[in-house]
Design a protein around this ligand. Structure first.
Ligand code: GTP
Ligand code: MG
Length: 382
């Protein structure tokens, strides 16, 4: 649908009296722009189902959903904020790809989080609030006859410097962890259904919500060790599989092939468990080193298999394409600034490997964006 421009065309039957009317265009001017009922050219479009304004150029390129899944306090909001900072730099430097805000107004909440984190002068300023279930990161929209809270989409375009290569856009959501827990009625609270349509899923595993990891990490200094443990990360993975199966109407044994990047997060606290053997650098000479990614994945999987085999089993039941990663949004131990408030020291922020899971997903989702399949060509280790 198009969005009316003239001020008198206010009041949409589904969105309420403050919203500009949505309409199916029947008249166009010579420039091909739709005309509203007062003959003003309208350039903004809206979804015909929920009537939300669509980002500019929505119809001109494929849009891929990247679902970030994890229980509450897994580190999703920090991960996403750091990702939108480090990914543009890596994509441009290594691949000549420009990562751009498709919709700066719509992306404002996530840009604000990134600015708070990277512009902070003190640890207190670097604090990101807990994402509230169906709170500020959500908006209420009509869907299938009822008003529901849907997470705000954050949309970015990826375009190569050489205009000949394909463009695409990525959509991220910052859900509250509660949305992935079993017991959520996905008809009345459909805000996490994007996992079923996702081109790639990043599952963020929190070592502090695993009794096994905590036992082995008990001598480390991270203040998160004092928070209560909620041991249900295997259940969340099983719940994701059940929801995808239901929404896509899959048969019991039918495989899901969506690439799943299983990220064992907060690796600043557990990387020493790998016995001093550093992980290999996965981005080398402008190429994504798939052999290094696979090798690192085997190492991280072995640790997970040793400590939490049920989680590995559930991750591998979710999709036939799972890769394991280590990442840390902070690169250092956070500081406690209040009860249950653990924040990074902005002076020490040094994210590690945060963009790698997404680069791996992109090598599956839009290989054409990367020149000569540069992204997916494996480099054989010497
Ligand atoms: N050690 C360490 N802690 C981290 C890291 N990233 C996040 N945290 C901590 O993890 C906690 C939760 O982070 P959030 O990003 O708010 O988690 P979330 O997944 O968005 O949580 P919900 O909004 O409740 O779903 C915070 O106390 C952070 O300090 C990291 O890289 N290392
Ligand atoms: Mg959050």
């Amino acid at each position: 649908m198009h969005i009316a421009v003239h001020d008198s065309l206010r009041g949409d039957p589904l969105l309420g009296e403050d919203a500009q009317q949505r309409f199916l265009a029947t008249r166009f001017n010579n420039a091909g722009q739709a005309l509203d009922a007062m003959s003003l050219p309208s350039s903004e479009t809206a979804c015909p189902h929920c009537r939300r304004k669509l980002p500019p150029s929505f119809l001109e390129m494929p849009h891929h959903i990247i679902s970030l899944v994890g229980d509450q306090s897994a580190g999703k909001s920090y991960f996403l904020s750091v990702l939108t900072k480090v990914l543009p730099a890596t994509l441009f430097r290594e691949y000549g790809i420009v990562f751009q805000d498709s919709d700066p107004t719509g992306n404002a909440p996530i840009n604000d989080m990134r600015k708070a984190l990277f512009g902070a002068q003190s640890p207190a300023q670097a604090k990101l609030a807990k994402t509230v279930f169906e709170g500020a990161m959500y908006e209420r929209l009509p869907r299938q006859g009822r008003m529901v809270a849907l997470p705000r989409p954050f949309v970015y375009t990826l375009a190569a410097e050489e205009k000949t290569r394909e463009k695409c856009a990525l959509i991220f959501y910052d859900n509250a962890g509660e949305h992935f827990q079993p017991g959520v009625n996905i008809v009345e609270q459909p805000g996490a259904q994007h996992v079923a349509s996702a081109a790639g899923i990043i599952y963020l595993f929190d070592p502090f919500n695993s009794p096994e990891f905590r036992r082995i990490l008990r001598d480390t200094k991270d203040p998160q060790l004092e928070k209560p443990v909620v041991d249900q990360q295997d259940i969340i993975l099983a719940e994701m599989r059940a929801r995808i199966q239901m929404i896509r109407n899959l048969r019991a044994g039918e495989n899901i092939q969506t690439p799943v990047a299983f990220v064992v997060g907060k690796c600043d606290v557990w990387l020493h468990l790998l016995n001093g053997k550093p992980l290999r650098d996965p981005v080398r000479d402008g190429k994504l080193d798939i052999a290094a990614i696979e090798e690192n994945s085997n190492v991280v999987r072995a640790l997970m298999y040793q400590l939490c085999p049920a989680v590995v089993a559930n991750a591998e039941a979710l999709s036939s394409n799972v890769m394991f990663f280590a990442a840390s949004s902070f690169g250092h131990t956070p500081i406690k600034i209040g009860p249950g408030e653990y924040v990074p020291d902005p002076a020490k922020l040094q994210p590690s490997f945060v963009e790698v899971p997404l680069l791996w997903i992109l090598s599956h989702v839009c290989p054409a964006l990367f020149v000569d399949g540069k992204m997916s060509e494996p480099i054989v280790a010497p």
